[in-house]
Design a protein around this ligand. Sequence first.
Ligand code: MG
Length: 379
Amino acid sequence: MTLAAYACDPAQSRGRRYPEPQAPTRTAFQRDRDRIVHSTAFRRLVYKTQVFLNHEGDLFRTRLTHSLEVAQLARSIARPLGLNEDLVEAIALAHDLGHTPFGHAGQDALNACMAQHGGFEHNLQSLRVVDALEERYPAFDGLNLCFETREGVLKHCSRSNAEQLEEREPGGVGRRFLDRSQPGLEAQLCNLADEIAYNAHDIDDGVRSGLITLEQVAQVPLFGLHVAATLAEHPGLQGRRVLYEAIRRMLSALVYDAIDTTREALAQAAPASADAARTMAPLVSFSQQARAQSAQLKAFLFRNLYRHPRVMETTGQAQEVVRELFQRYLAEPAQMQAGFTARSDSARAVADYIAGMTDRFALREHERLTGRKLLAGAP
Ligand code: MG
């Protein structure tokens, strides 16, 4: 792996919160990736909702397959740009570790429950998972990841949360949200790869679920272009293969657009180091046209898929599950597993406990505590 001058170099890492000796053969970022893959939170991603609730079908994306796709896309873009592939892989695999069960419905419900207790935000929760909640090491909480991985995991952060982070860790991962600087290029890249991944896989899952049709998505210029090109080259091609070929072409086009646009921006700005890139405007991006088209597609998916009556129906029930779990645990902390019951920050302990659940564990717990079975059809 040849690293460009502006890439994050593991030998120059700002380090771990608890100093550790170097590993004999792996770089610091490889080691971070390995710690993430072996974490409990990572294994739970397989039973967490992306868009479709986990029990709706075996072929839809879960948070785990989404995270793997983000890692694949981020690595594909990182290599030709001379960015650090190990670091983008670590960030991509960890970026959704803080997601609640039931996707955004779960996060919104938990955020509402936590309104009087500092709120709940899944990016910050991902950082909490790797910094504090994983219990794997004798000497410290969390996974003790490098600064560069942690800054990538904390994709967004409110000002008040950033101020609290800064207080606990001066000059740490909260700082950039206060002085409005950028994260390293690898972190910037993972945000873009995330967007490429969900736009593409949500078309796939959406069409296969029957909630949207291929004809409907083909009205969206970014995707319609690739459907038309597919049919022009393969007249008579039908069904699934049209869908997959058009998605494959769209993915390639977005990946190459990101590579070309970013390469040009890097050539112009010529950051001499990873730190220099942090002080500049964002450098990893789509072209203006691709940015606009991607936003259009996102808006389409929002209106037609994420807000589809059938998705909304399950969303309402999922929120009820989270709300009722929250109330029950807060009133009766002993119902939670040891480690959460005795914490003095009781509301945050409940939020941490619920956020860590898989969809099906949350449903089982809800049934155990209320005697009611919501989202019937779940395992
Ligand atoms: Mg994501």
